[in-house]
Design a protein around this ligand. Structure first.
Ligand code: AMP
Length: 145
């Protein structure tokens, strides 16, 4: 069994708590002297509202993409994560995080225990989803209290 990590992938929802999650991931990067990548997944509005309301969501989607792009860039740069290791992707967070982890050969995914979906669940829905069927180890950093 591998006793070290070589490539950590941090999944960020770009909330304030993401900074605390990132701190832990950065500490692990130092301990294991390994590569650190980060990703933010944009959930297409059509997945949430598709079909229910017949309207053109492309302008809003573009705005979300542009804002997310600059926030991710700012966030990643503050953690010294180079551009080629910053991944802005589209789809369902857990599915995309798994695919990306496989694609880049990450051996640890770091997520926050909770995020935008609040503290109502024992484990946030995304953290829970990432845990199930992950291609590698998953660390859920406790967020909240
Ligand atoms: P939540 O399911 O909203 O409670 O989020 C739990 C954790 O999942 C967050 O702290 C992030 O690490 C991760 N996460 C949630 N949404 C996203 C997203 N859109 N992109 C990347 N990671 C996310």
């Amino acid at each position: 069994m591998e006793s070290t990590f070589t490539h950590i992938l941090i999944a960020v929802d770009l909330t304030e708590d993401a900074r605390n999650v990132a701190k832990k991931a950065c500490a692990l990067r130092t301990v294991f002297d390994c590569k650190l990548s980060c990703t933010h997944v944009i959930e297409p509005l059509s997945l949430a509202y598709g079909g229910d309301v017949p309207m053109d969501l492309s302008t809003i989607q573009d705005q979300i993409q542009n804002t997310a792009k600059s926030h991710l860039q700012e966030f990643a740069t503050s953690l010294s994560i180079p551009k080629e290791n910053q991944h802005l992707v589209f789809g369902r967070p857990e599915t995309e995080i798994h695919s990306l982890a496989s694609e880049i050969n990450a051996d640890l995914i770091v997520v926050g225990s909770h995020g935008r979906h609040g503290l109502a669940l024992l484990l946030g829905s995304t953290a829970n989803g990432v845990l199930h069927g992950s291609p590698c180890d998953v660390l859920a950093v406790r967020v909240g209290n």
